[in-house]
Design a protein around this ligand. Structure first.
Ligand code: SF4
Length: 423
């Protein structure tokens, strides 16, 4: 396997952040200075784990379901591989295997690339999930797995995928390439074109697009060089922020969403607009009277406010884990999926055979059914035969309001690692 997905360093202009860096030129400068470039949401960690499973299966011919029940440590989370992740990975693995004719076509898995050849103003590159060369068609295809279900990713005009395509073309100068195809595999988010969709374009279109990419990079470089001063001695941070920070949907994955002044201002002003119009007049709270255009505008505002709230939540959780007390909130263990203990399979099978349970009720060949399914099949009197063979693991913590939980508080990570010195 290549370097673990969670351990990888990202280039300054990382392909995976292309859309955001493009839409908000100041994002790169801000994330480089706020010290949150390594923040990781749980959803992002889930995607990282799903990529890890997929890569392993493509490289070693394994099935994603073999990973079910195992844990993958990402930068900040410990993610358990469950059926949903295995199914997501399987859709992607199946597509790559078929498109690459089961390894007969030249295929690169997790291909790292740099964009040095186009002379970017700073280090730029990334890692393409899969690149396939369809030699008979002079077609180079990049396949990008998306594990998310909240945001539907389009193949059309996808800046991230195009950056991968550019990297793949530059990495393979010896290939005869006339056309480029970018394919998005996103099994968890419903899309009118299905979980797999593609865009194909001529390689000259990619070269034209590179000019736009370089212009966006240069603007980000200007923002970085003039950070906080707007390039003039008397320029203020506010002026810089107004010029270079542009909140929008792309804030969702921004590592500095929790510290970005522009997002905070935009979110607060949009929140106020729920209740007062721009002239300060109280809005009537009658949803039924809203026009379709007003509904659309409010939903747009809600997305931005949600992005900011997510950043605040992630920050609060990280602070609590570091030992900071968040008033009225406590950490509780996040309960994982119950699983059979390592080495318990033979004992469970023996117990089920002794209870004369039909094979299909305790096995989903070749694997055991889940502990809950087997206990149910055994019935209340015999379930105790297998009770000691399973455990419910804890997988990290959640931060919850004290008055809304009956769960026992747990120690922050920082207290587990260091002795707390009492005054
Ligand atoms: S949170 Fe949004 S506006 Fe702020 S730097 Fe990030 S992408 Fe730009």
């Amino acid at each position: 396997m290549s370097a673990g997905h969670a351990q990888r360093d990202h280039a300054q202009w990382s392909a995976s952040a292309s859309a955001r860096l493009w839409a908000c030129a100041g994002s790169l400068a801000l994330s480089g200075r706020t010290g949150q470039a390594d923040s990781e949401s749980e959803a992002a960690a889930w995607g990282t784990a799903c990529h890890e499973v997929s890569e392993d299966c493509l490289r070693h011919g394994r099935k994603p379901e073999e990973w079910i029940g195992r844990f993958i440590q990402t930068k900040r989370h410990r993610i358990e591989v469950d059926e949903e992740m295995a199914e997501t990975a399987q859709v992607y693995v199946d597509y790559v295997m078929e498109a690459g004719v089961f390894g007969l076509k030249p295929t690169w898995i997790e291909e790292r690339f740099k964009l040095d050849a186009i002379n970017p103003p700073f280090e730029a590159g990334g890692t393409a999930d899969t690149v396939i060369y369809h030699d008979g068609e002079q077609l180079l295809e990049v396949v990008d797995l998306k594990g998310g279900r909240g945001i539907v990713v389009e193949a059309l005009g996808n800046k991230q995928a195009r950056t991968y395509a550019l990297g793949a073309v530059l990495n393979n100068p010896g290939l005869d390439i006339q056309e480029v195809k970018v394919t998005i595999v996103q099994p968890r988010a419903p899309h009118r074109d299905g979980p797999i969709r593609s865009e194909t374009f001529h390689v000259t279109d990619l070269i034209d697009w590179t000019t736009e990419l370089l212009a966006a990079m240069r603007l980000a470089k200007l923002a970085d060089d003039t950070y906080g001063s707007n390039g003039s001695e008397d320029g203020s941070f506010d002026e810089w922020a107004e010029r270079f920070l542009h909140p929008g949907d792309h804030c969702t994955f921004c590592p500095c969403a929790g510290s970005c002044p522009a997002l905070a201002v935009a979110a607060k002003s949009k929140a106020l607009l729920f209740f007062k119009d721009e002239s300060g007049v109280e809005q009537e709270n009658t949803v039924g009277k809203l026009t379709p255009a007003e509904v659309a505008e409010i939903l747009d505002r809600a997305d931005m406010i949600q992005n900011w709230l997510n950043a605040v939540r992630a920050h609060a959780h990280a602070e609590a884990e570091a030992g900071v007390e968040i008033p009225n909130y406590q950490l509780v263990a996040k309960v994982g999926r119950e699983r059979w203990n390592d080495g318990a399979e033979a004992d469970v099978i023996a117990a089920c055979e002794w209870a004369e349970l039909p094979l299909s009720e305790y096995q989903n060949a070749p694997k055991l059914r889940t502990p809950k399914q087997v206990r149910k099949a055994l019935g209340p009197d015999l379930a105790k035969l297998v009770e000691r063979h399973s455990t419910v693991p804890t997988a990290g913590t959640s931060l919850v309001r004290q008055d809304k939980t009956v769960r026992t508080p747990v120690q922050p990570k920082a207290h587990l690692l260091f002795d707390v010195i009492d005054d």
